[in-house]
Design a protein around this ligand. Structure first.
Ligand code: TXA
Ligand code: MG
Length: 385
């Protein structure tokens, strides 16, 4: 194994990696675990291989892909000749690579095919920390393009069986590395603008608080200090919102095949709907069941220590059956991140009629969790518990 590869001693794993890297080199797609979600990989610098990613996922061609590298040397292979990496990026890479942070770099179209960048002037790159991902990329000895390994628009897979359920028959190899630790995709950061600030295009595994701490600690002598700006929270870019380059702006995302309703219980300011009591809300579900003439199976994703779960357990609705998928303690949003997609996908597979998700605070990993939840939810209710 190349020197930048994590040490993998199991011969069965080595054999699986060898087979998967041969598939890649034969210009085929391979699903593999990363620390964020499972990826659907193909050789990034081979347009014909990358085209298979788009056809397998049914992904619109104007949505660019992330290029995954396993070493610094491989990063340099995808950057324009002589490109000098900024001090801010060097600092971010030192702290967060390998890991769930994706950085935009300028792209040279004679190096990175336009099918990857969707003709953007930038290319998104990340170095995953999952040992299987890094070993696979290092063995293939080439940058690997990988979106999440799901049909376009569905929640991202965090277990090999999610990939199998969704894409079986459409790809050759699925490497099973167990459940993904983070459970949500990487944070996508644009630090290329003239003002030196970091623009978070997609919140993810590396939190805004993490980025701010590293700036405070390692870039304190930079004047003015770079700021971390979250798209839609701290700034809006109309052009960006129309373009597909900002993850999830243009296309429907993260939606299971059943309706999802967001229950706003933490919001200080109301969503578009009027505030309603839990009792009145439950009455509407019971009434729905009666109208449909069948009992309804409702999936609930909520923090384990939220009062909501107790209230639902205590409510007696004759025609409603609940399946809970707890999101971990309110104080631990990383657990919610780890469990969200798994919950959406397993409730979908259980063929529930409706999924309710309770809001969590938009702090730390909670920012990324709520970003995905808003995109998954078809509607929202402002609930008084
Ligand atoms: O954690 C992750 O990032 C996972 C794992 C597999 O690494 N990958 C992933 O890829 O989430 P995907 O394709 O599902 O999401 C990548 C997002 C896209 O929505 C795209 O809009 C954005 O990154 N992106 C890619 N290239 C870009 C660019 N040049 N400028 C702006 N956004 C870009
Ligand atoms: Mg995706």
């Amino acid at each position: 194994f190349p020197t930048d590869t994590p040490v993998i001693t199991s011969s069965e794993t080595q054999e699986a990696l060898r087979r998967a890297s041969e598939e890649l080199r034969a210009q085929k797609t391979v699903a593999f675990p990363t620390e964020t979600v499972y990826g659907l990989g193909a050789l990034a610098l081979e347009p014909a291989a990358v085209a298979k990613i788009f056809s397998t996922k049914g992904r619109p061609p104007d949505n660019p892909l992330i290029v995954h590298v396993s070493s610094r040397e491989m990063l340099e292979r995808v950057l324009p000749a002589g490109y000098a990496i900024s001090r801010t990026y060097e600092t971010l890479m030192k702290h967060f690579w390998p890991g769930p942070l994706t950085l935009l770099f300028p792209s040279d179209p004679s190096i990175v095919p336009s099918i990857i960048t969707a003709n953007q002037p930038t290319v998104a790159v990340r170095m995953p920390s999952h040992p299987v991902a890094r070993a696979l990329i290092a063995l293939a000895d080439a940058p690997v393009a990988a979106p999440s390994a799901n049909s376009s628009g569905k929640p991202s897979p965090t277990r090999a069986e999610h990939v199998y359920d969704d894409l079986q028959g459409k790809l050759g190899v699925i490497l099973d590395g167990g459940p993904c630790g983070v459970g949500l995709e990487s944070t996508v950061v644009d630090g290329l603008q003239d003002d030196g600030n970091l623009r978070v295009l997609r919140p993810g595994g590396v939190t805004v608080e993490d980025l701010e701490r590293v700036i405070r600690e390692d870039l304190s002598d930079v004047v003015p200090a770079p700021r971390v700006l979250v798209h839609r929270r701290d700034y809006r870019d109309e052009a960006l919102e129309q373009a597909p380059t900002t993850p999830g702006m243009k296309y429907r995302h993260y939606s299971p095949s059943v309706p999802v309703t967001l229950l706003c219980t933490q919001s200080q300011s109301p969503p578009h709907t009027a505030r309603t009591s839990l009792t009145a809300f439950l009455d509407t579900i019971q009434a729905d069941a009666q109208t449909q003439g069948k009992s309804l199976h409702v999936g609930v994703l909520a923090p384990s220590d939220s009062p909501l779960l107790d209230r639902l357990r205590a409510a007696s609705l004759p025609d409603v059956r609940w399946t809970e998928h707890p999101l971990g303690p309110l104080a631990e949003p990383a657990v919610s991140a780890h469990r969200l997609f798994d919950g959406l996908l397993s409730l979908d597979k259980a063929k529930v009629d409706l999924i309710l998700i309770e809001e969590i605070q938009e702090e730390r990993e909670g920012l990324a969790v709520m970003n995905r939840v808003r995109k998954a939810a078809g509607d929202s209710v402002w609930l008084d518990l």
